[in-house]
Design a protein around this ligand. Structure first.
Ligand code: ZN
Length: 609
């Protein structure tokens, strides 16, 4: 080989090496609340071991985003997701009593970890090599039930997402956690394109699957027996199944010193296992997730594996004291150098973090006193609102909830593109018995639906009060609000139309509360007939509508209702109401006054409008 080419290849190889093994991890993983003796610092310590060995280039580290509920729904049933909003459901899965605050923290953490496995699968496919998620491996979770600390099956969701995006090659899941990968096997039981391979101590379920290898070895297994079983089975599966992508659950609970395990694998035995799987998957995209491993020393197994993966050599991770020091250094790198979290704060403690470690600190806000944030998000997903917003180009959505004391609850949908938040939707609402006398309604104080990236144009002119163009999703929002009214037994939705165009835009669905207002709006639309909505709104805002005697008409905010109960429907559409509208219509005579600047605008030399 000519020397220059050789040099070029060597430098390309060094560049590749220096980028390190792609690692997905979030500092938020430290705040997990588990029923198991699970070391919350496991990922931190693995990173510190890599950094200590000089094998953690900054660009190798990636921050996951929480999986969307739309992705979770590709695997899990809606009924199951809804059940998780109650602390009791998580108590069953985790096997230990959890408060509602803790339940939400677990929900969020596992959801973030599903995002981590998705992220790792994306990178592994792009690089056609290994990518590591320092979390995940919730293999007991089935479509409609969680078990054994597993809420969402991250590997299954990542696979279902790839399938939805057209990835058609066969997928092999090598699950070498001590425990049975029963959830994953059940989810893909009828799918011949996903082979689930699991060697474990005991079977968790006997559900047969079309493409699977299930081997239960019992208790007390040592290196020899285990590695022989693995060598006898896995190479043949890889050979015959010919996967295009491999997921590997490198559970460390097979080790002799695991706090929960009942096997006797040595550290050399566990590393030999990891190397064997990696060698078999060489040349393939390989997604590595950590899965089980309990107790303060569990981190050393994945650390040993990744040190080997990153260097090609067997390196023993530094001693625990040194790792504590390496962690400290990692957290105190100079400002420009440290890993900045998605929220822009490098490993800072937030009020939220404190709440997570101290459940009594505060209760999570509930929309209208009832719906948790995940519950609201699930509703928005089911009415299709989030899908529509994503279709507008806003991919990474976040739903936030804030309880504002007596002011009502505020819901926000934001798009987080990694550098900043864009506000898409903001809704403040409360239950009210006073806005519409004799009825209890959902009173909307504020609703903003905007496309922060959109610009106004000839066909989408700026309407009064708008900072950005709308999204055209009012119908979806109203559909969701109707659902909320039904859930709460409320009579309907009420809001004040502060501008003419709002009253007109919502007119197909809502009625004005007072018959005389309905008559007034009818008279206005008649007077403004023939104008575009923007021109009509501008004419009203500029006071260019006059009464019969020429006096200018001034817009006043009108209360509008979207009736849900029969009682309120009768109130705004019954005979008495219609008679009221007819009675009020007669004395109203409105007409459009000439635009004083209209003439000038038609002349090129005139002042701009
Ligand atoms: Zn396990």
């Amino acid at each position: 080989m000519p020397a220059p080419l050789l040099r070029a290849l060597r430098s390309a190889w060094r560049r590749f090496r220096s980028r390190g093994i792609p690692l997905v991890y979030s500092a938020r993983y430290q705040h997990g609340l588990w029923g198991a003796p699970f070391d919350p610092l496991r990922g931190e310590k693995v990173l510190a071991a890599l950094a200590d060995a000089g094998l953690l280039p900054r660009e190798a580290l990636m921050e996951p985003r929480p999986a969307s509920l739309a992705n979770l729904l590709r695997v899990h049933t809606e009924t199951y997701l809804r059940s998780l909003h109650e602390a009791e459901a998580l108590t069953r899965i985790l096997g230990t009593p959890v408060s509602s605050r803790a339940a939400e923290a677990v929900f969020d953490l596992q959801r973030l970890m599903v995002g981590g496995t998705i992220q790792a699968s994306r990178v592994a496919l792009r690089l056609s090599g290994p990518a590591v998620h320092l979390g995940g491996g919730f293999h007991h979770a089935a479509a409609g039930a969680g078990a054994g600390f597993c809420v969402f099956n991250d590997v299954a969701v990542a696979i279902a997402r790839l399938r939805a995006r057209g990835y058609g090659e066969r997928i092999l899941v090598v699950d070498l956690d001590l425990h049975d990968g029963n959830g994953t096997r059940e989810i893909f039981a009828a799918d011949p394109t996903v082979h689930t391979f699991s060697i474990h101590n005991d079977d968790w379920s006997a559900v047969p699957a079309i493409a699977s290898t299930t081997i239960a070895l019992g208790a007390g297994i040592d290196d020899e027996r285990y590695l022989a079983t693995l060598r006898d089975t896995l190479p043949a599966v890889v050979e015959s199944f010919r996967p295009g992508l491999v997921f590997y659950l490198t559970g460390a609970d097979v080790a002799h010193d695991d706090a929960l395990g009942n096997w006797r694998l040595s550290r050399a035995g566990v590393l030999a296992r990891d190397r064997l799987v990696t060698e078999l998957a060489r040349g393939h995209p390989l997604v590595i997730v950590l899965a089980g491993g309990y107790g303060p020393r569990a981190w050393r197994y994945p650390a040993r594996y990744l040190l080997w993966l990153a260097s090609g050599r067997s390196i023993e991770p530094a001693a625990d004291d040194d790792i504590a020091l390496a962690r400290f250094r990692r957290l105190h790198l100079p400002a420009g150098d440290r890993d900045v979290r998605a929220d822009g704060r490098p490993f800072s403690l937030t009020e939220e973090d404190l709440s997570a470690v101290q459940p009594a600190y505060s209760l999570p806000p509930r929309f209208l006193g009832t719906f948790s944030r995940p519950a609201v998000e699930l509703q928005l997903e089911r009415v299709g609102l989030l899908a529509q917003i994503r279709a507008c180009g806003f991919r990474h959505l976040r739903v936030e909830l804030a309880a504002d004391g007596g002011l009502g609850d505020t819901l926000r949908v934001l798009c987080d593109d990694g550098t900043r938040d864009e506000l898409i939707m903001e809704l403040r609402a409360h239950r009210s018995r006073s806005v519409v006398p004799d009825f209890e309604v959902l009173a909307i104080e504020w609703l903003l639906l905007q496309n922060p990236r959109g610009s106004f144009s000839e066909s989408r002119p700026r309407l009064p009060g708008q900072q950005h163009p709308g999204l055209g999703l009012l119908q979806e929002v109203l559909a969701w609000l109707i659902f909320i009214c039904q859930e709460h037994g409320l009579d309907g939705v009420a809001f004040v139309a502060a501008h003419y165009h709002i009253a007109v835009q919502s007119r197909r669905l809502v009625r004005l509360l007072r018959a005389e207002d309905e008559a007034l709006l009818h008279a206005l639309t008649t007077a403004l007939d023939g104008l575009s909505l923007a021109d009509a709104a501008t004419a009203v805002a500029q006071g260019r509508v006059g009464t019969g005697d020429g006096a200018p008409f001034t817009w006043r905010p009108l209360t509008a209702v979207l009736p849900v109960s029969e009682k309120l429907t009768g109130r705004v559409s019954g005979e008495a109401y219609e008679a009221g509208v007819r009675r009020s219509s007669e004395p109203i005579a409105l007409r459009l006054l000439p635009d004083p600047e209209g003439e000038a605008a038609r002349h090129p030399d005139g002042p701009p409008r």
